[in-house]
Design a binder for this molecule. Sequence first.
Ligand SMILES: [Zn+2]
Length: 279
Amino acid sequence: MPAFVIHCHGVRGSVPVSGPQFHHYGGATTCFEIEHRTDHRVLVDMGTGALNIPALLPDDQPVRFTVFLTHLHWDHVLAIPFFGPLYQPSNEFDFYGHPVMGMSIEEAIDAVMRPPWFPVTFRGSAAKKRFHHLDGEAVVVDDLTVRHTRLHHPGGVTAYRLERRGAAIVIATDVEHGEEASDAELLEFTRGADLLIYDAQYLPQEQASIRAGWGHSTWRAAAELARRAEVGRLLLTSHDPGRVDEEVDRVVEEARRYFPATDAASEGMTVVIPAAPGL
Ligand SMILES: [Zn+2]
């Protein structure tokens, strides 16, 4: 049995896109699922990629969702109002994340999921919802241990390290490199992981000019981090909404010159990470 099976439901940054030029990598925004149980789904973020999930659910039993939110920018929560299981009273949701700008997770989502922006309120949705503000302690979900840290991004962002059966994966999207404390923290947090999923939204020349301070990183910083942290594999994510398939292909080629075990996440991709020997 592998330690992790990760489903990439959405890997686009900033805003969903569609069109044949995005066919391979996909247009839905960030949502990763860590395969757990049929009736208990573990997600990191609920960008529009989460809308691929309801079709995969059993139709005859309640489902529990454990959702780790990196932050509350639109592209990471946009599926929530449109997520059918949220309106079924037998379903349960546990949301984990950090409060932002003095608002709890519930208050922040409810502030924008309500008329006139949406016909119903978040608080009024039928499923049972629980909210957990992260405080530095690891979260344990059955056999899964989830650690977190805060990194550099406008308003802050949470990165997650998930550990199971002697293996570890790190999901660090929407992080801008170049801030000393954040870079050092991420290096330690990532060290030795079997898989690093990392924000490569911008090209190095974009990040170095007009897009400096916009909160994203590059394939170059991704490869550098992967090498220094001695991770097993690197998966680039948060592809820029303007980056067509051939351009993402070129990004992967460039990154592989620095860190050969690099791929770009694509919508519908599944990544399997084996358990440590003997576990
Ligand atoms: Zn963001």
